[in-house]
Design a protein around this ligand. Structure first.
Ligand SMILES: [Fe+2]
Length: 283
């Protein structure tokens, strides 16, 4: 690997768009215990597309509310502040993740669909074990592979070298990325999350989703995202080129007290979790 390329990759992280001020404002409001539904509604209404997405989600079959939800404040009461926060963030990053990633053999929308799946499974696991904030798990699951959007260009150029390394040297796609490019996509994702001023637990979960045993801040959150990621890959939703060499980390299974039959159950449940297409329809 040469230094010019390393510097170039890092500068690409600097080029990554900052999150719009409006999204930061919405995150701030949802995290402030003193803020009111009015505060949040006022901010959401400034964004027409977010407003309609929130109303659509509130009226979706997933929430099964018997009467029509017509206003953002009704939707906010129904969905809760944390879900609104996830939606606001998801509707912003969806545009960054929807493109085709040739380097990873991911077609248009593949990474986005896969990320939504991982996010939904992460949230489900967090709810089930009742320890980590489910919406933090959703966001971590959603953003875990965002580093691929930057590395894609470099992976594409070195695709054959990386795939040969994976095939003949028994290393994972992640290790081959790191050897050949100097960074893996999880490390780049961590840098983006830092740039966006995300809390440390979220930054760690994105950075260590393939190496949960290195976690020092929130091993449970990291393990949740790791397991959800592996399940997403097993389910074969837009897995692309690096989907075949990932396994469940024994550390993650231990941390969450999951037996192999728990995982099997989760896999079969996951198909039902993602059937609700309303939660995917954000672009
Ligand atoms: Fe990944």
């Amino acid at each position: 690997m040469d230094n010019t390329r390393l510097n170039h990759i890092v500068s690409k992280v600097d080029d990554m768009p900052v999150l719009p001020g409006r999204i930061h404002k919405i995150i701030e409001i949802t995290e402030d215990p003193d803020s009111t539904i009015d505060d949040l509604e006022k901010e959401i209404l400034k964004d027409q597309s977010l407003t309609s997405k929130i109303l659509r989600l509130a009226n979706s079959a997933y929430y099964g509310y018997p009467r029509k939800i017509n206003t953002v404040s009704q939707a906010t009461i129904l969905l809760g502040f944390q879900t609104i926060k996830s939606m606001a963030l998801a509707s912003t990053v969806s545009k960054m993740m929807a493109g085709e990633l040739k380097g990873y053999a991911l077609e248009k929308n593949d990474l986005w669909t896969q990320s939504q799946t991982c996010a939904i499974i992460s949230r489900y696991i967090a709810k089930k074990i009742k320890i980590t904030n489910p919406e933090t798990a959703y966001i971590a699951g959603l953003l875990r592979d965002i580093g691929k959007t930057i590395l894609n260009h470099y992976v594409e150029k070195e695709y054959n070298t990386i795939v040969n390394r994976v095939e003949f040297s028994k290393v994972s796609f992640l290790e081959a990325e790191e050897e050949i490019l100097g960074f893996n996509h999880a490390q780049i994702g961590e840098k983006i999350a830092e740039k966006w001023n995300f809390p440390k637990d979220l930054v760690e979960a994105i950075g260590l989703h393939h190496t949960p045993e290195e976690s020092t801040i929130d091993p449970k959150l990291v393990s949740i995202v790791h397991i959800a990621d592996a399940i997403t890959m097993i389910m074969g939703i837009g897995i692309g080129a690096d989907g075949l060499k990932y396994n469940f980390s024994p550390f993650a299974l231990d941390t969450l007290n999951f037996t192999p039959s728990d995982v099997e159950q989760l896999i079969s449940l996951s198909h039902d979790l993602i059937i609700d297409k309303d939660s995917f329809d954000l672009i």
